[in-house]
Design a binder for this molecule. Structure first.
Ligand code: ATP
Ligand code: MG
Length: 455
């Protein structure tokens, strides 16, 4: 563990990081390490965010103490991880992650394995602070705030890049993406979150290397997708994925459906949905992966459904099969846990039911546990499909009525029920151009199963 290169040292008076903006738990860990004779640095996203003028969501610490030594310093510490051991120091609800400096052993002499394509399979060696800096992804993520003198230490030019609000990979971009293709998604996500630009050198290899994401673990991509889309900057993330041609690697069938949807209405709906989600997060309202994926995979679902219906499948059968197929195919890239994929499908399956106004059905739909989410989804669809306006009005009213009053209005055909009968407009989906043009199918006026063409 030797330091070979002197870092650029930015003294306290030259940078804006103040201890007031560092959590007291993180400060306790930093001081605890120092008092025990070890080095302790705030590192990674926290330093980057503080320099960029944002409040970090967590504070990670790097140290020259081994995990076992960290545990000896702090009673409130547990060690986690098998592949690479980390120390978690716990203060109430706050957990401070403490990582021993790690080496990125590129000469093959250490405990590190790579695949033929350069992907890292395993690395498990401690190193110097400089080693620890260069194995990180972006220069902006490799800055160290030292508690001993409150300076920032920069081994890779990250300080300048943060000030320029630029994401630059450390080392050769293509090599770094090959080692870990998820870094491409991290670039898009961090650029969206921080309103940084991705340096040309980091952006250029993306389109060609995007297919490497197929080799990333689908469960890891699910986690990464939540950071992309459920962290308050989902719309910007989506635009970033599009701009760097990563969308087909992440959401292949949705990307294809958007490509063939000439009106662009499906894309508008997805962007609307993401914008709504961002707004909800900004307002501290709850958001769910089920609803998010109902939005993200809706274009894929519409496309598959159109295809199955063109083959003459019964609408109800086609709907379930389309939902299952889209879920299954998507799982090759991003695997949704069933607790999210099932409600996602329910949101879709409820859409055609909004066209049904028989009293019994109305009450059943209202009582469905996914009604509210499905209604919100209908609202999104209605923004790009004006013919859904009547349905939207009906269900908005229906929710507000007391059951007895609702029952009475339904008996009288009230509640904005239009003369034309329910849901006819649904059959000709405004955004359903992806497949062959659907013929308007004859179906019973009320309550038939065939109200299901998506808009
Ligand atoms: P966020 O604010 O979203 O948490 P972050 O940069 O802190 O962003 P983390 O996933 O928490 O992201 O990672 C912490 C640090 O670990 C990063 O700042 C970076 O230095 C390093 N890191 C994370 N993922 C990678 C990766 N795939 N390759 C190299 N270094 C990584
Ligand atoms: Mg972090």
């Amino acid at each position: 563990m030797s330091e070979t290169v002197a870092p650029l040292v930015i003294p306290r008076e030259a940078h804006p990081i103040s201890r007031r903006n560092i959590s007291s738990a993180a400060l306790k860990v930093l001081y605890g390490l120092r008092d025990a004779g070890f080095k302790g640095y705030l590192v990674g996203g926290a330093v980057r965010d503080l320099l960029a003028g944002r409040q970090p969501k967590d504070f990670d610490i790097a140290t020259d103490a081994t995990p076992e030594q960290v545990r000896e310093v702090f009673r409130n510490c547990r060690l986690i991880g098998r592949r690479f051991r980390l120390a978690h120091v716990v203060y109430g609800r706050e957990i401070i992650e403490v990582a021993t400096f790690r080496a990125n052993d590129d000469d093959g002499s250490g405990d590190r394995e790579t695949q033929d394509d350069g992907r890292v399979l395993r690395d498990n060696v401690y190193g110097s602070i400089e080693d620890d800096a260069v194995r990180r992804d972006f220069t902006a993520n490799a800055l160290y705030y030292a508690i001993e003198d409150f300076s920032v230490r920069d081994y890779v030019g990250g300080y300048e890049d943060v000030l320029a609000r630029k994401l630059k990979l450390i080392g050769d971009p293509e090599k770094r993406y090959r080692e870990d293709p998820v870094r491409m998604l991290r670039a898009v996500r961090l650029a969206a979150k921080l309103e940084f630009t991705i340096d040309e050198s980091a952006a250029a290899p993306m389109p060609a290397l995007a297919p490497l994401l197929a080799g990333a673990a689908p469960a890891r991509l699910f986690d990464e997708s939540l950071k992309l889309f459920l962290a308050g900057h989902g719309e910007a993330s989506f635009l970033g994925l599009e701009a760097h041609q990563l969308l087909p690697a992440v959401l292949p069938e949705t990307a294809e459906a958007l490509r063939t949807n000439r009106s662009g209405l499906l894309r508008s709906m997805v962007l609307d949905g993401l914008r709504n989600t961002d707004k909800r997060i900004a307002e501290d309202k709850p958001v769910t992966p089920a609803f998010l994926y109902a939005v993200l995979l809706w274009p894929a679902y519409c496309r598959e459904l159109a295809r199955l219906q063109a083959q003459g499948l019964e609408p109800a059968v086609a709907q379930q099969r389309a939902a299952d197929r889209v879920t299954l195919h998507q799982a090759h890239r991003i695997v949704l846990p069933r607790r999210f994929s099932l409600p996602m499908q329910e949101i879709w399956m409820l859409q055609p039911r909004f066209a049904l106004r028989q009293k019994k059905r109305v009450f059943r739909t209202l009582a469905h546990p996914r009604f509210r989410a499905a209604f919100d989804f209908l609202e999104l669809r209605a923004k790009v499909a004006p013919e859904l306006a009547a349905d939207l009005l009906f269900w908005r009213d229906a929710q507000l009525q007391a059951p007895a009053a609702l029952s009475e209005s339904l008996d009288q055909g009230g509640l904005g029920l239009d003369e034309a009968g329910e849901g006819d407009a649904l059959a000709e989906g405004a955004t359903g151009e992806a497949g062959p043009r659907r013929r308007r199918r004859r179906r019973p006026r009320r309550g038939g199963p065939g109200a299901g063409a998506p808009a």
